[in-house]
Design a protein around this ligand. Structure first.
Ligand SMILES: [Zn+2]
Ligand SMILES: [Zn+2]
Length: 186
């Protein structure tokens, strides 16, 4: 297992449900961890051999953070989707978006009336991770599947529609590996 990570990327962004967050914005950090599982880059130290490069990861986060959203969950989901789209051979990914000093309010009841009590927290964060290693239902070998429209197999156009239907009947909607898929192309 080999990981490529970009940790503590800093952004000023406008996510959140409070007006102040949407107008004034707030400080955020983003962490991205990619399980590359490749040994080629570490052997040759050649940038062209590196599947995942920092600048592209940063660019993806920059675009995702520039789109204001109410929920950090949406931001994390957006980054993971864009990463899958950009890098077709990740074994897994973990993304964390952290809102620093988030506005936070509690409620207190005094003399029959509720009033808002501001609180303090260092950060509020959302993290999600995904593992793309899966077992081919046909040959039982491990392979990578992104399980949505970002999967490499969606780019294959040389499979006859009738064959695709037949495959779905046999193996369900889950992907089969490239080796097996090769047997059906033409
Ligand atoms: Zn297979
Ligand atoms: Zn797939």
């Amino acid at each position: 297992m080999a990981w490529v990570a970009l940790e503590g990327m800093k952004f000023h962004a406008f996510h959140g449900v409070y007006e102040a967050e949407q107008v004034l914005g707030g400080e955020y950090t983003v962490d991205v961890y990619v399980d590359t599982g490749i040994a080629i880059a570490s052997k040759t130290d050649n940038l062209a051999d590196t599947n995942v490069n920092y600048e592209t990861v940063f660019q993806i986060c920059l675009v995702a953070m520039s789109t204001p959203r109410k929920l950090l969950e949406s931001v994390v989901g957006d980054i993971i989707y864009k990463m899958k789209f950009q890098f077709p051979s990740m074994k897994g990914i973990k993304v964390r978006v952290k809102k620093l000093n988030p506005p936070i309010y509690g409620k207190m009841k005094t003399s029959d009336k509720f009033h808002a009590v501001p609180g303090q927290a260092e950060s509020a964060w959302v993290e999600d991770e995904a593992n793309f290693v899966t077992k081919c239902p046909r040959c039982k070998q491990d392979f990578l599947c992104y399980k949505d429209d970002t999967c490499w197999c969606k780019a294959l156009t040389n499979i006859h529609p009738a064959t695709t239907e037949n495959l779905i009947r046999q193996f369900g909607t889950s992907c089969i590996c490239g080796n097996c898929l090769n047997l059906y192309k033409g």
